[in-house]
Design a protein. Structure first.
Lengths: 169, 274
């Protein structure tokens, strides 16, 4: 009984922590900033201004991609997940940075169900979407007053039964 | 022209998605909530999503956990940057406190950022049941919520229901025509093969908001009607408008029925081959 009470206590505390982790965390310089993580990131990729970055929607051409959004969609048309046995449904979001030279890095992956709760997709699907996103090479550096800046961009893939049915935003 | 769009949309978003907190004086009787309101006022003096802004919202929520405005505003930058798990948790709190105020906003984000049409429809329907007045426009002021609901049904593939909803809404005496209402209705008719009604509505769109998309979709109607001169002329106009930046635009990205340069170029190629 004592162990049951203790176990329930720890479950309650850990659930509470998980629940609060979103609200109570230390805020970054800006929501959505991606700090360098040696365990995840390519050290070759360098932002041009570590302390000054924008978001795609801050600029007049928010697709910021050669050929606009259709070119991004085309890059994903050839991938399929027929080899994945289990049906996967939900959203995969890849967030990343485009530096002032149009190079990309600091990729982060979010996996959600349609209620926006964290879930795990089959690794084949995640790896394929991530590697295709990394291979996109038409990013246009964002400029303002003839100066190029780094910016954050994200792509969200709406997936139903292992098929990408939408690429957002 | 695109610059003009950006400025207009900038103002719309500034005032509609980062709207100010309520008049704090209404909380004078409740010291903590009054202070929470004052913290929210400080929050919006900083760039949206910045550390300083989010910290003021945290403080506001700590002082008065039922101050829904701070839950809502704290959530917004997460959605704009693709962090929807965080957004959902915060917006749900705002909706829980004041559904009448925040259901429409949550519905809009489901629709626009995630194409989560079922969730968007559910929020609009719930709001409709909750109030006995006109449910009004989306937070960015671009659509009446029923037009947005119509676009959700279109997203789900139910073109007939989408058309019925938009027709009903636009017939209402108190309906204020939105920036793209006639365009969307015209495209819905086009998709059902009703080319004359499509053309009629696309023509009406010109005086509301003259866009490249109008001429592109008009061209498709005329192609179907085998009026090939009009088909080519409209494609030419669509291209001219597009190159001048006179096309649908939303900085947070793609809108329903928005077209791209490649769409026009491919159609011109087909027109020239024919």
């Amino acid at each position: 009984m004592k162990y049951l009470v203790l176990t329930l206590f720890f479950i309650t505390v850990s659930c509470k922590r998980t629940e609060n982790s979103i609200d109570q965390h230390e805020h970054l310089r800006h929501v959505g900033d991606i700090a360098f993580d040696a365990a995840l990131d390519d050290p070759e990729f360098e932002p041009c201004h570590e302390d000054l970055s924008f978001v795609h929607y801050n600029f007049g051409n928010p697709d910021l991609y050669e050929g606009e959004k259709p070119a991004i969609i085309n890059a994903f048309k050839t991938i399929d997940f027929f080899q994945v046995a289990e049906q996967n449904t939900g959203y995969i979001t890849i967030r990343f940075m485009v530096n002032c030279n149009g190079e990309t890095g600091r990729f982060r992956v979010e996996q959600l169900d349609f209620n926006y709760k964290a879930k795990k997709f089959d690794k084949v699907i995640v790896d394929s979407i991530l590697s295709t996103t990394k291979s996109l090479d038409g990013w246009i550096p964002a400029t303002f007053n003839d100066k190029a800046f780094d910016y954050y961009k994200y792509l969200t893939f709406k997936i139903v039964d292992n098929k990408i049915i939408d690429i957002l935003p | 022209m695109r610059e003009k769009h950006i400025i207009i949309l900038g103002f719309i978003f500034l005032f509609c998605t980062s709207y100010g907190p309520p008049n704090c004086n209404i909380y004078k009787e409740d010291k903590d909530c009054y202070e929470a309101c004052k913290e929210a006022e400080k929050a919006i003096m900083h760039p949206q999503g910045s550390k300083a802004s989010q910290e003021h919202f945290d403080e506001s929520i700590k002082l008065c956990p039922t101050f829904d405005y701070s839950h809502y505003e704290k959530a917004v930058p997460y959605a704009k940057r693709g962090l929807m798990r965080e957004w959902k948790k915060m917006i749900d709190k705002a909706v829980e406190i004041d559904p009448e105020e925040h259901l429409s906003n949550r519905g809009w984000y489901h629709f626009f950022f995630m194409h989560n049409y079922e969730a968007a429809i559910a929020d609009i329907d719930r709001l409709d049941e909750l109030v006995d007045y006109n449910i009004g426009p989306t937070g960015d002021g671009i659509y009446h919520l029923n037009i947005m609901k119509s676009l959700c049904f279109k997203g789900l593939g139910d073109i007939e229901k989408a058309t019925a909803i938009i027709e009903t809404q636009m017939k209402k005496e108190d309906h204020s025509v939105g920036l793209y209402d006639y365009l969307h209705l015209g495209v819905l008719y086009l998709e059902q093969g009703n080319f004359n009604l499509a053309l009629e509505n696309l023509e009406k769109q010109i005086s509301i908001n003259d866009l490249s998309e109008i001429y592109y979709y008009k061209a498709l109607c005329l192609k179907a009607k085998k009026e090939l001169n009009g088909y080519k002329d409209n494609l030419k106009t669509a291209l001219e408008y597009y190159e001048k930046g006179k096309s649908m635009y939303n900085p947070y990205r793609q809108m329903v029925d928005e077209i791209f340069l490649v769409d026009i170029e491919n159609e011109i190629k087909l027109a020239n081959e024919g």
